[in-house]
Design a protein around this ligand. Structure first.
Ligand SMILES: [Zn+2]
Length: 231
């Protein structure tokens, strides 16, 4: 189920049933001339939408904007950088609303730069603060002694990568794997011929990308999610 398409009673019902809420996030970043600029968020979103077809869960709307540092390129190549403070300020109320609604498990699923990247750190800071504030609001100061809350309140929201629960993921930046991911998850968005116009060093193996490779990795990642959500 897609959160934005659900009625309030359906949302309440999903929470009561203990379904997980999955929110894909990423960035708008240059991924080579052959790939769409939304590649990172599209990978998270494409994987999560496949998971949703196989497991009873709810998918929150994707957040496409995040911190890029203009590492790959600037605005002339379509990139949109949001600094960490602005990102944190924007996402915290969103995470707080979902958390306080009572979802048993919330996963913020990011395909960009890894856990030390500013994007994931911004979500992690917001998530930790949301849980800490929940403890304080519900049990007052010294809330660590409330055994109904602590440490369980930290286990309700997880900031993870798309491939967190699988042996394989889409590695690199704009190279073979991510290009294969875009080919398989969003057919028609990749044009390998564009590689002739420009050839960033990190995209040297991009011409090896195939839909089949993208599918094989997607299957591994989705299987990992099925196992995780089944716990
Ligand atoms: Zn990427």
């Amino acid at each position: 189920m897609r959160y934005e398409l659900m009625r309030p009673a359906q949302i309440q019902d999903a929470i009561q049933k203990g379904l997980s809420l999955l929110m894909p996030v990423g960035v708008i970043e240059y991924h080579g001339p052959q790939n769409p600029v939304g590649t990172d968020a599209l990978i998270s979103q494409g994987i999560v939408h496949r998971v949703e077809e196989k497991v009873d869960c709810v998918v929150a709307p994707t957040i496409f904007y995040g911190y890029t540092g203009e590492w790959a390129a600037g605005i002339e190549k379509g990139e949109v950088h949001v600094d960490g403070t602005a990102l944190y300020s924007f996402v915290k109320p969103i995470l707080k609303a979902f958390y306080n609604q009572g979802w048993k498990r919330i996963y913020i699923i990011c395909h960009h730069q890894g856990p030390q990247g500013v994007t994931m750190l911004s979500y992690q800071r917001a998530a930790t603060e949301v849980a800490m504030e929940y403890g304080l609001e519900h049990s007052g100061t010294g809330w660590h002694s409330d055994t109904k809350l602590y440490p369980f309140i930290f286990q309700r929201m997880h900031i993870v990568s798309d491939s967190q629960f699988s042996s394989q993921g889409y590695g690199g930046h704009g190279g073979r794997d991510e290009t294969a991911a875009a080919m398989c998850l969003y057919p028609g968005t990749v044009d390998l011929e564009e590689l002739d116009t420009e050839d960033p060093v990190w995209a040297v193996d991009a011409h090896e990308a195939t839909t089949e490779l993208g599918e094989q990795i997607a299957e591994t990642i989705v299987d990992g999610w099925i196992a995780e959500l089944g716990k």
